[in-house]
Design a protein around this ligand. Structure first.
Ligand code: PLP
Length: 406
């Protein structure tokens, strides 16, 4: 098979594909494997009930069933859904957004594919630009998303060691050098894999730097506010005409519906919709179909605040306690869990690599994700990259407890 450059890049060696294959085959080889590796959200009966009911209602009405299954939505997604999302953001945060600032995508992953490649890569004048990640570790799903190589650049963070074996990453503004090679700044908040929630001051400072350099500030809110709202502190969400906020229904409990939501200036929304039309023709109707009622009634916020956030907060605290008991005096720092669905463990001075630790844990029946995958764009050699693992606490409680003990 003779492949194009695109073909070679997207079928060649990719850390994330190799890891996902490995995780998948590990489960096949050992069905008893404790799965603390993936990004699946927890099963929450009340959320499932509400979504199931909403789906039933759509299916039982012939007009709505047809809307769900029998038509293509316009390029930027179901207009009514976009309207409800805009109203919710206006109500909640006072943001001056209308449905023209909202686009639906087939999952936020594909929104990032479009956005990152829209702004960075090879420029019309032949120069190259990167998406800069001002704080790594950052989401491993970005790593291979570029149509060209080296789509990302990244900065090493400052580490604040905290009492009780905890720590927190901060953006090290002294290292953040913005020049013409940077097309945009991007952060996930809460951060996958660390559960870090960048402080309001850090966000304001990044926004100001982006504005001063006339580049957009992209915020990945897959776990964030207002839905699914997996944030355990008092962080204030940020949006301005220079920010591009990307939300998702996946961690709310709908990863199978593949629904991402872009909140951005109209010209960005239009650009993304154009690309989406060329690549996908239209978005799936399932997420907007189920979501329409949840957004209109505000039920999405009630579930986020009363069911989803308390579940993960309690689970984070519990898992942290289990780790403290199980680790004893081993030299392990844990990132303060401020949101998302993972704990990030830093074994300072680990005598093997995080890859070896991952393999040993897999052989012992528990799957985690080795930390070195979470540094997309980082050129500097940094031992810390090989000393960390990501552990999901979203799955069955007993399993999480046994996994922690292993
Ligand atoms: N961003 C972050 C930080 C994630 O963790 C994920 C998935 O795990 C995504 C984006 C993509 O999610 P989806 O495409 O399901 O919206």
């Amino acid at each position: 098979m003779k492949l194009s450059r695109f073909g070679e890049k997207f079928t060649g060696h990719s850390g994330i594909v190799a890891l996902m294959d490995d995780l998948g085959s590990a489960l096949n080889e050992n069905p008893e494997m404790i799965f603390m590796g993936g990004g699946n959200p927890a099963r929450l009966p009340e959320v499932e009930r509400v979504m199931g009911q909403s789906l039933q209602e759509l299916l039982s009405d012939s007009r709505r069933r047809h809307q769900l299954l029998g038509i293509y939505q316009p390029p930027k997604g179901d207009n009514e859904f976009c309207l409800y999302v805009a109203r919710l953001l206006q109500r909640e945060f006072g943001w001056p957004v209308t449905e023209k600032n909202i686009a639906v995508t087939n999952g936020s992953q594909s929104a990032f594919f479009v956005l990152f490649n829209l702004f960075a890569g090879e420029m019309p004048d032949g120069s190259r630009k990167t998406i800069h990640l001002p704080l790594t570790p950052e989401y491993l799903g970005y790593s291979d998303i570029g149509l060209s190589d080296a789509l990302f650049s990244a900065s090493v963070p400052a580490i604040e060691k905290l009492p009780g074996g905890m720590f927190k990453y901060h953006v090290d503004f002294s290292r953040l050098q913005i020049d013409h090679s940077i097309a945009a700044l991007s952060v996930s908040r809460p951060t996958n894999p660390t559960g870090n929630v960048l402080t309001d001051e850090e966000m304001a400072h990044l926004d100001q730097i982006a504005r001063a350099n006339d580049i957009p500030f992209i915020i990945d809110g897959a776990y964030g506010l207002p839905f699914p709202g997996i944030v355990f502190n008092q962080a204030v969400p940020l949006w301005s005409d220079n920010t591009i906020l990307v939300l998702s229904l996946s961690k709310f409990g709908l990863p199978g519906a593949r629904t991402g939501i872009i909140v951005a200036a109209e010209e960005v929304v239009e650009a993304c919709s154009n690309v989406n039309t060329i690549v996908s023709l239209a978005c799936g109707n399932m997420g907007p179909g189920i979501g329409r009622q949840l957004f209109d009634s505000g039920e999405i916020l009630r579930l986020s605040r009363e069911v989803i956030q308390p579940f993960y907060r309690q689970r984070a605290e519990q898992t942290l306690q289990w780790f403290r008991e199980a680790l004893g005096d081993l030299p392990c720092h844990i990132h303060t869990p401020e949101g998302a669905i993972f704990l990030w463990l830093w074994f300072e001075g680990l005598p093997v690599s995080s890859q070896t630790l991952y393999e040993r844990l897999k052989a012992r029946g528990v799957l985690v994700v080795p930390g070195h995958h979470f540094f997309p764009g980082l050129k500097e050699k940094w031992q810390h990259q090989h000393e960390c693992i990501r552990v999901s606490y979203a799955q069955d409680e007993e399993q999480v407890k046994r996994g922690v003990e292993i």
